[in-house]
Design a protein around this ligand. Structure first.
Ligand code: DC
Length: 255
């Protein structure tokens, strides 16, 4: 199976690095956090409290989430297009309201059961090459431990809380939104705590994960290290597909 699992806390670099690794190897890149965010977005829309675990679990089972590679005309910085039915929620799932409830939603055992089952199917399909690409890079919190424990290459990215908060602050302000660094830091500390202390599939490195500290090294260096490991473990080398912008063409589905 050609699968690379990348786990780690918020803003540790998973999607920036994972996207580039996917592009270099001509693997699909799939950021699983978008599914938890889509459920959080949906319960806000429907006025359901994140504490109502039965209703939240039901939403996770029913929500028609789709994830696809962006079309070439969608050049607004997105790595994937996230839809619920026909509605494009790619940017709505990045709101501060979603941020503030998503870790509670992701701690719901029914939600995890629904989403990790779907994620595993996506991982198995693309990891076997059945999706038209040579493999898959999956990013999340529990990919190496729960979703794809058989992935031959597992990476765990880490960086101190302060550094990750600065990255998230930059990300928000670069999108033209106002933010306060100390609030971002407090929120991130809380999310780290909920993600790593939850009963089901808590954030932790798999025993056989390669841990990479991302503070003080460039994205290119992290990507380079993972590509070297991929060459070693998977025998996978840079794709000869030239200048493709995205891991999948046009509106091809990731799931
Ligand atoms: O990576 P992110 O910030 O978009 O993730 C959103 C939330 O979903 C976060 O609280 C962690 C959770 N998550 C998870 O529990 N398991 C995953 N595989 C991916 C994300």
């Amino acid at each position: 199976m050609n699968a690379i699992a990348i786990d780690g806390p918020a803003a540790s670099g998973k999607s920036t690095v994972g996207f580039q690794v996917g592009r270099s190897l001509d693997f699909v890149f799939f950021d699983t956090g978008v599914m938890y965010r889509a459920v959080a977005w949906a319960i806000l829309e429907q006025g359901i409290s994140s504490a109502d675990s039965v209703s939240v679990g039901r939403v996770a089972g029913e929500l028609p989430i789709s994830v696809s590679a962006p079309r070439r005309d969608e050049s607004d910085g997105r790595q994937a297009t996230i839809q619920v039915g026909e509605l494009d929620i790619t940017w709505s799932i990045r709101s501060s309201q979603v941020d503030s409830i998503v870790s509670v939603v992701a701690a719901n055992s029914q939600v995890r059961q629904e989403l990790s089952r779907k994620q595993r199917l996506i991982g198995l399909k693309h990891g076997s090459g059945a999706g038209g690409k040579s493999g898959v890079v999956m990013a999340g919190r529990d990919i190496g431990t729960v979703v794809l424990p058989e992935a031959p290459l597992k990476i765990y990215l880490e960086a101190p809380l302060e550094e990750r908060s600065r990255r998230r602050y930059r990300e928000i302000t670069e999108r033209g939104k106002a933010a306060d660094l100390s609030t971002v830091l407090d929120d991130m500390r809380l999310r780290d705590q909920v993600d790593s202390e939850r009963a089901v599939a808590p954030l932790r490195p798999a025993a056989d994960a390669h841990r990479i500290q991302t503070q003080g090294i460039t994205v290119q260096e992290v990507v380079g290290r993972i590509l070297a490991l991929a060459a070693d473990v998977l025998g996978a080398g840079p794709a000869s597909t030239g200048d493709k912008d995205f891991p999948l063409e046009g509106s091809q589905g990731i799931q």
